[in-house]
Design a protein around this ligand. Structure first.
Ligand SMILES: Cc1cc2nc3c(=O)[nH]c(=O)nc-3n(C[C@H](O)[C@H](O)[C@H](O)COP(=O)(O)OP(=O)(O)OC[C@H]3O[C@@H](n4cnc5c(N)ncnc54)[C@H](O)[C@@H]3O)c2cc1C
Length: 377
């Protein structure tokens, strides 16, 4: 049971946002930037955001050549350009909103490393540059093969390197902390440990049912409008939505003395990615080795993939440099039959912004803004 006081002062809002990842927090930020007096509640089931936004690699990226060429095989070129534009806009909004220092944003170089099977993309770079120019207003991709030797990568495995002039890296933890602080400064209420079990849009507003762990019962919250931003976990609240979870495995080394490279790197059509961070290497990917097992919302290790990451780190990335693994973790992304996110008004008072297809650092801010536009009344 809850008290009269709790019901009156703690459960009634103008807007409720479910999920405090980058998308949900960006919805809250936009709402409060536009309506400073609005009562905005963010409900998060974890003790801190616990999906992908605090687990990712922090690549502020708009797409690598092999990834874009793969997209062009399945999507019209206008859709590919629209997705690049969404990433570009999202990154710009994130940087404008929080400032580069607060999110640890730097541009130390962004590269796609190509092995023999991906060399097909080299003659396509001019076409890709032409395609992207209207969005980025510069030549996005430039050949930089010399970095393979300079950075000590295995030159028998990586045959070419292409830099992307429009990408950077950020500190994922700093970025999410800054975003949380930003929405709190604007007046949002954040409640953690609050798992939403269900919702009902009555037409006059939305009832949101939340598990109260201390009382061991459901508590009904009420808002005029609700945003569902639970990405990979969205099927719990939207059972019919086209969405599959996709788990990502990541490992981080201890700091390495004289780490021979700086920057962010992708290879194998974006299935693998690594970066430098404070002398460490953070390396993730390999989902394509075991898609079936990685279609999961469980935060569990996949030893097959982690062993593959460790071996690739030894053989191809740091072949001449000893290292030790410090940490391993997993995060859960949301994918579907297309790469575009789901952005929709599900019922008159409930908007949805989910399925970020592993691009949420880039698109989360702009998707959140668009979700807020659907809700504002
Ligand atoms: C390993 C990894 C590496 C990545 N690298 C990059 C990268 O370099 N660049 C890039 O652009 N993108 C990257 N991504 C993708 C990016 O992190 C995601 O697309 C983005 O964080 C999604 O943000 P979100 O807010 O939509 O979802 P999430 O961050 O998953 O947030 C959803 C939140 O909803 C909460 N929630 C779920 N169900 C409920 C419920 N019933 N009640 C209350 N709360 C609930 C969850 O706890 C979670 O905090 C990566 C992802 C992973 C996993």
């Amino acid at each position: 049971m809850i008290s009269f006081w709790e019901r009156e002062s703690f459960t009634r809002y103008d807007y409720i946002i479910i999920g405090s990842g980058i998308t949900g927090l960006s919805v809250a930020a936009t709402l409060l930037e536009r309506q400073a007096q609005a009562r905005v509640l963010v409900l998060e089931r974890g003790i801190f955001p616990t999906g992908a936004s605090t687990k990712n690699a922090g690549f502020a990226c708009i797409g690598s050549p092999t990834e874009l060429l793969a997209d062009l095989r399945t999507m019209p070129s206008e859709s590919v350009t629209a997705l690049v534009a969404l990433r570009y806009k999202g990154l710009r909004l994130l940087r404008q909103r929080l400032g580069d220092a607060a999110i640890g944003y730097t541009e130390q170089g962004s590269y796609e490393l190509l092995s023999e099977p991906q060399l097909y993309c080299l003659p396509e770079l001019a076409r890709l540059n032409e395609l992207l120019f209207p969005v980025v207003q510069t030549t996005a991709f430039v050949l930089r093969d010399e970095i393979i030797g300079q950075y000590g990568f295995d030159a028998n495995y990586f045959k070419a390197a292409v830099t992307n002039c429009c990408e950077g890296q950020l500190d994922t933890g700093l970025m999410m902390r800054a975003l949380l602080q930003y929405v709190q400064r604007l007046g949002a209420t954040l409640v953690n440990g609050a798992e939403v079990l269900g919702w009902t849009d009555t037409g006059a507003g939305v009832e949101v049912r939340v598990q109260h762990t201390a009382l061991r019962q459901e508590v009904a919250f009420w808002a005029q409008r609700v945003a569902i931003c639970t990405n990979a976990f969205a099927r719990q609240l939207l059972p019919d939505i086209d969405l599959q979870p996709g788990r990502g495995q990541v490992l981080a080394t201890h700091p390495i003395a004289d780490l021979p490279f700086k920057g962010i790197f992708h290879f194998d059509e974006g299935y693998y990615y690594f970066r430098s961070h404070a002398g460490r290497v953070i390396f993730g990917g390999g989902r394509n080795l075991d898609f079936a097992a990685e279609t999961s919302t469980e935060f569990a290790y996949n030893e097959l993939i982690l062993a593959d990451l460790t071996e690739k780190l030894h053989r191809y990335i740091l072949p001449h440099t000893p290292f030790e693994i410090d940490m391993r973790w997993t995060g859960i992304m949301g994918f579907g039959s297309t790469k575009q996110p789901h952005l929709l008004l599900h019922s008159p008072n409930v908007a949805v912004g989910v399925k970020l297809s592993g691009m949420g650092v880039a698109i989360g801010s702009e998707l959140g803004r668009q979700v807020a536009e659907l809700l504002i009344y």
